[in-house]
Design a protein around this ligand. Sequence first.
Ligand code: ZN
Length: 135
Amino acid sequence: MKPSHIEHIGIAVKSLEETIPFYENVLGLICYNIEEVKDQKVRTAFFQVGQTKIELLEPTDPEGPIGRFIKRKGEGIHHIAFAVENIEDRLKAVESKGVQLIDKISRKGAEGLDIAFLHPKSTFGVLTELCEKKE
Ligand code: ZN
């Protein structure tokens, strides 16, 4: 079973307030949701583009994962998320192929999705997220 689509692209930014106008006024998208994900120490802003979303990630703590990412690499693309079914089975299958997982079992991400990250050491430098929308 292949992923059905790219669910979202996560982009690390210093400030949602400074970044949202680019997506709205220049690209013509509409920010339809802003949500804080406390355990990830981020505030997220979402834009829908076809089946895919753009997820802006603003650190709420400079020592959180996005805060440290920006310190190391600056603003920019942080991760790509693929929509899958049966995420727990998928994680086991991925791990059995020798890929290092950040999350061995899924957890709750923004927008109520079940999410899990694969380690970029195993994914050729791209932090890769699997996510599943359970209705
Ligand atoms: Zn994500």
